[in-house]
Design a protein around this ligand. Structure first.
Ligand code: HEM
Length: 366
């Protein structure tokens, strides 16, 4: 076929002329070419490309959850796309291995030319955090300025627009709140399960009290921690307690959403709950991978710059490590595991509900 100007080719489709001509080394511009700056640029660009794909998939997932009802096919698609995000995240974590073939001395060949640029200014990373559900108030500040002060005015505007939209957390929370089966005529999951967990915590306390290898202080500490677990557990079922703990930042999800998430986890073997369960698992995988990425990045930064301050002005590895602990989005789903009981102690669902759930799950009622 003749290669006329509008014939699609591999290079045209991928716009390789543009893609491959945007790797400009600062070190070359300054007349002291540093070999590894090419790797540094390409690795960052590849990250940004993957961020783009993740944001693209996330947009579709958000769209699916923004309706008043999520049908099974759409829920399946959402779970599938979240699974893709999880796989991409694994690559993102692995990529640091490639960047680490640049040694700290190689990095020093051009690091001084990068000030004040920093990954801290990655708009796509901030969009990702925000659209997943990380809130402004939750963010760790490393100076007096708001976290987005280092972004350009245009990027700040884009971020504000994302903040104004419901995040994935907010959308999933609304969907969870519509979960049927949690409380229907003649069956109240709350009451039944509350009793089962209460019995379990009591028997755990008994095991602690009777443990001959524990000293008095250890027993007291263990019992205190069981008491705290019970208070947190009560808050899942007691609306007032939940409100207080939510205000103090212990829980992020609403009272009804937590109950629904608990219900889905416990009864996930019921056919209608399998997809919702996979959805919750994917959200936890995403949170877990974001956290691993943050730790991995912090470790790499420590290897590269030791205790120097970052080019963006933070305390470097220390700041990054603390964000890994604090910037969690779906931590509530992890915390719920405290209140799981063994299958053998799990109250049976009434037959009528099992029958109804055998067919399908529809956010919006039986
Ligand atoms: C030699 C390699 C790297 C070093 C030394 C480094 C260093 C740092 C430092 C010190 C910070 C804290 C902000 C500051 O003070 O600048 C930071 C933040 C950040 N970096 Fe890197 N980084 C490197 C590679 C990367 C790569 C490959 C990415 C991928 C996109 C990246 C993305 C980010 C992001 C998103 C933040 C903001 C994190 C947050 O605030 O939670 N960095 N980096």
């Amino acid at each position: 076929m003749p290669d006329s100007d509008d014939t699609l080719t591999y290079a045209r489709h991928l716009q390789l002329d543009r893609l491959l001509s945007c790797q400009e080394r600062q070190s070359e511009k300054h007349g002291r070419p540093a070999h590894d700056e090419m790797l540094f640029i390409i690795v960052h660009q590849v990250y940004e490309l993957w961020f783009k794909e993740v944001l693209f998939d996330l947009a579709r997932v958000q769209e699916i959850f923004s309706g008043s009802e999520v049908d099974d096919a759409s829920l399946g698609q959402a779970v599938h796309l979240l699974g893709r995000i999880v796989e991409i995240q694994k690559l993102l974590i692995q990529q640091f291995d490639v960047l680490e073939t640049m040694t700290p001395l190689d990095f020093l060949d051009f690091r001084d030319l990068l000030f004040p640029a920093s990954g801290f200014q990655s708009l796509q990373f901030r969009l990702l955090e925000t659209r997943l559900g990380l809130e402004r108030e939750q963010r760790l500040a490393f100076d007096e300025r708001p976290f987005d002060a280092r972004l350009s005015a245009e990027d700040r505007k884009a971020l504000k627009a994302a903040e104004a939209e419901p995040s994935l957390t907010a959308l999933v929370e609304a969907w969870l709140q519509r979960t049927p089966f949690v409380s229907v005529a003649g069956y109240d999951f709350r009451e039944v399960y509350r009793q089962a967990v209460s019995d379990m915590l009591e028997s755990e306390a008994e095991v602690v009290r009777r443990n001959p290898s524990l000293g008095e202080a250890e027993i007291r500490a263990e019992l205190e921690s069981l008491k705290a677990a019970r208070a947190r557990f009560d808050s899942i079922f007691d609306e007032d307690e939940h409100r207080q703990l939510r205000e103090s930042g212990v829980w992020h999800l609403s009272w009804q959403a937590l109950q629904a998430a608990l219900f889905i986890n416990l009864y996930r073997d019921e056919p209608a709950l399998q997809l919702p369960f996979r959805l919750l698992s994917a959200l936890m995988d995403i949170d877990s991978n974001m956290t691993s990425w943050r730790y991995r990045h912090a470790l790499m930064v420590q290897r590269m710059i030791g205790r120097k301050v970052g080019t963006g002005g933070s305390s470097g590895p220390e700041y990054l490590r603390r964000t890994a602990e604090r910037h969690r989005v779906f931590a509530d789903l992890f915390a719920l595991s405290t209140f799981f009981i063994p299958r053998s102690r799990l109250p049976q669902l009434p037959e009528e509900i099992r029958q109804a759930m055998g067919y399908r799950y529809r956010g919006g009622g039986l």
